[in-house]
Design a protein around this ligand. Structure first.
Ligand SMILES: C[S@@+](CC[C@H](N)C(=O)[O-])C[C@H]1O[C@@H](n2cnc3c(N)ncnc32)[C@H](O)[C@@H]1O
Length: 275
């Protein structure tokens, strides 16, 4: 059935006007919208930079010393401090937190030791897959007189070697982008957490393909050498907030709250039920 015709009066004037019935107009609008959606989808998927996973363990001597020494630099120290403040907000007001807390992927132990220093009643356990990182953390704990309250163990985050409900709080900084199976790690964090406990995870955020060059130049401006390369690789390996939301759904933490720190970091807080 034809859906358009010329109006006779108008054609006499030599200007044929095309008339279309509503159904045809709707069909046309629909097909235009469909092709717009397809084109938009192609543009959006092109803009989305594919995630490029990193090796899980930062085991090489170079990486450990680059990380440990760079971590002493002003910028990383400030970043660690903002995370430590977030960690402390999980428990009782400043200094009064007590119980056992776990740092997953503790690296050289900087964050765990800062938390231990500020909360003299806490016992802190740290775990990391890398033997070198664990040795560095143990050394730092004894050098700072915290070895009786801060323990470090070599273990994988997807098989945490502690009993169910062993910890009052679990935290992890800058580890998520290393994980091959984050859902399994989130499940393990939940398993070792007391029902009324809290989990805090913070990590880098992966920007779009267009934003990536600007992103690594701006947020990586404090790094040089091997640390700059590690940072760029980590940003490529990071998840997006949408992907993080999907991972949380897949691991039973539906009520976790996702947060953003500027554009460079994101993470989540999960609070169990209070007694
Ligand atoms: C970028 S470092 C962060 C260290 C520390 N959380 C910090 O913020 O200073 C990432 C650490 O996660 C550790 N890691 C990666 N995958 C892991 C896993 N599956 N289990 C335990 N540790 C892991 C690495 O060995 C490395 O020490």
């Amino acid at each position: 059935m034809a859906d358009t015709k010329s109006t006779p009066n108008a054609s006499k004037l030599g200007r044929p006007i095309r008339r279309a019935n509503a159904g045809a107009l709707l069909r046309r609008a629909h097909s235009r919208r469909r092709s717009f959606e397809i084109e938009w989808g192609i543009v959006m998927s092109w803009l989305q930079m594919e995630r490029k996973p990193e090796p899980e363990v930062m085991g090489s001597e170079d990486e450990v010393s680059a990380y440990a020494s760079a971590a002493g630099q002003k910028h990383l120290d400030a970043m660690d401090n903002t995370f430590v403040d977030q960690v402390l907000s999980l428990g009782a007001p400043e200094g009064n937190a007590s119980g056992r807390w776990l740092d997953v992927g503790c690296g050289p132990g900087n964050i765990a030791l800062k938390v231990a220093r500020r909360c003299p009643r806490l016992l802190i356990a740290g775990l990391d897959r890398s033997r070198n990182m664990v040795q560095t953390a143990r050394r730092a704990a004894s050098e700072s007189g915290l070895a009786s309250r801060a323990f470090f163990q070599q273990a994988s985050a997807d098989l945490i070697p502690f009993a169910d409900g062993a910890f009052d709080a679990v935290f992890s900084n800058s580890v998520l982008h290393h994980l091959a199976n984050p859902c399994k790690v989130f499940e393990e964090m939940l398993r070792v957490l007391k029902p009324e406990g809290a989990i805090l995870v913070r990590d880098l955020c992966r920007p779009s393909r267009l934003a990536y060059p600007w992103h690594v130049r701006w947020y990586g401006r404090h790094y040089s050498g091997i640390m700059k390369r590690l940072f760029e690789d980590s940003v490529r390996a990071a998840y997006t907030p949408e992907e993080l939301a999907g991972l949380l759904c897949g691991s039973g933490m539906l009520k976790a709250h996702i947060f953003h720190d500027e554009r460079s970091h994101m993470g989540f807080v999960y609070r169990g039920h209070s007694l």
